[in-house]
Design a protein around this ligand. Sequence first.
Ligand SMILES: Cc1ncc(COP(=O)(O)O)c(C=O)c1O
Length: 425
Amino acid sequence: MATRVEAQTSMSVSDYDYSSFFYSSSDDPFAILEPYNEWYTRAVQQGYYLFAQAMSTPPQGWVHLTEGLHHRHVKLLNLSSYNYLGLSYRPEVIAAAKAALDQYGLGAAGSPILSGTMDVHVQLEEAIARFKRKEAAMVFPTGYSTNVGMISGLMRPGDWVIADQNAHASIVDGAILSKANVQFFRHNSPAHLEKKLRSTTGKKLVAIEGVYSMDGDVCPLPELVEVAKKYGARIMLDEAHSAFLYGEHGRGVAEKFGLEDEVDIHIGTFSKALGGQGGYVAGSKNLYNYLKGFARSRVFSCALSPVVTAGVLRSLEIAQAEPELRTKLWENVQHIRKALEDEGVDVGDSTSQIIPIMVRNDRRIFELCHQLFRAGLYLQPVIYPAVAKHRSRFRVSISASHTFDQLDEGVSILVRVLREEGILV
Ligand SMILES: Cc1ncc(COP(=O)(O)O)c(C=O)c1O
């Protein structure tokens, strides 16, 4: 059965996306729910909506999923998880989390500023500060709440947050919440950042990322730092996808470029390379003390579970003690990049463990995703609003725990499907 909108306009389910359902003309906030639900239901029925399919195994090379359309259990080769060092299911990490469960119970049962701080939280904050060679580090419940809390905790109406145009939603949302003026500069363009900085006065925060999560490209940190310093701006660097991976000691892109002291605020997450959950801000003790009072996403939220905190602490120790994990990751990245490039696959500007497989066809990407599923490969479609319209892609995430055989099999499935569907010639 076609939706009302489709019946009236002869448009199909793939002509719509989230932006079609953002506003409605009614005075009732619920008026948008029914048309959205009509579209959503058909999108699921037609296999167009392929998000949030439940996994019943750890995020490893092979995973079991419950496929959303027919509720079938399927085993798929996984090139979708952020578990970059394979730490989420390491036996030592699981053991540390189990021990914490026995010692502390499940949750922290309080905000970190009230009764929710346990000694394992203090240990993790101190360990991150030592690792990042900063005076202090603050742990947040998620990477998302880290950016939201840090930016809105520090910046005020009348100030300026100047962010890369590809900045993660958590940076954008933190800036909006702060009520500072927000400007975006062209992706990775120091010249455009300079233009923005030149035309603003007052307090300025430049918000950039080490590795961008949708394109997998690295920021030109030296040039961006030079421009920001010239105009007296503070710099926050979100290393969600680069901390524990880049630099000789894994301290991130700031270490890779030798600019750790030039970056004022170091952000990272525990949900990717460390295979856990949570985020951190590392910087000066003054910044720590201020955010302790003003980062509302932390003040007014329960502390990270002590179980996860203890697991992350153990992951951090392993990441530091086993640099060979990073070596293996980069070998894997080189291996799959070469295989993809040899086949002529368009991987955009990526140089990292995140490799976009550019499809650039928003209507067909779900159909392709379905084909990949059927062929045994788990890849996530990425469409608007996560990326600009007509920039849809699959995003391959490589882990140190992948074997070359798994990567070769993934490339072979991908190339076969892209060829059959005429995306790759
Ligand atoms: C750059 C960046 N910052 C922050 C986050 C949020 O991190 P988390 O998923 O740990 O909340 C992400 C998540 O993908 C990210 O890519």
